[in-house]
Design a protein around this ligand. Structure first.
Ligand SMILES: Cc1cc2nc3c(=O)[nH]c(=O)nc-3n(C[C@H](O)[C@H](O)[C@H](O)COP(=O)(O)O)c2cc1C
Length: 155
């Protein structure tokens, strides 16, 4: 079922970053989409057990970092370990968006959002944000498209 959904509703792979005070974190996310044109609004679906979820609830901001197609190692780095236990930014090059969310050096574009809605959606929370900062950092980059089996094998 999950593989079929992923094929039917293709998405890119991003790293969602967040800053709450002096704490920063990021996690790989496939469930990210635009949901409004004016104002521009972005939704991201994040499970409550993620450390990123805790920090977004604290700060009310998040940042979508778009990854190029050749980012498998980075996607695994941010997607299979929790920032509750380790500092995922150790050795990772980043700058800060306007509200302080980390912007990965390897991202080709980013959009920082302020949370304006949060809905319970099954076992995830749908955070919807309006854009507060954004930039394209590299032109003509092939995006990293999510394929279930590349990460999770057959299910
Ligand atoms: C390719 C990929 C896509 C993922 N997409 C999501 C997602 O959209 N939402 C989510 O809650 N977790 C997603 N995850 C899982 C989180 O990235 C993972 O649980 C991460 O370790 C959470 O880190 P944190 O505890 O530091 O926030 C994805 C993982 C991978 C590998």
């Amino acid at each position: 079922m999950q593989e079929l959904i992923t094929k039917t509703v293709p998405t890119g792979i991003s790293v969602v970053t967040v800053r709450s005070g002096d704490k920063i974190n990021g996690m790989t996310a496939a469930w990210v989409t635009q949901v409004s044109f004016k104002p521009a609004m972005i939704a991201v679906s994040i499970a409550p057990q993620r450390y990123t979820h805790t920090l977004i609830e604290e700060s009310r901001y998040f940042c979508i970092n778009a990854l190029p197609a050749e980012s498998m190692d980075l996607a695994k780095h941010f997607g299979f370990k929790s920032g509750r236990k380790i500092d995922k930014f150790q050795g990772i090059d980043y700058t800060n968006a306007i509200k302080g969310s980390p912007v990965l050096g390897s991202a080709y574009a980013y959009i920082e959002c302020e949370v304006v809605h949060a809905y319970e959606a099954g076992d995830h929370t749908l955070f919807i944000g309006t854009v507060v900062d954004s930039s394209e950092l590299k032109d003509n980059v092939r995006p990293f498209i999510f394929r279930w089996n590349d990460f999770f094998g057959k299910k």
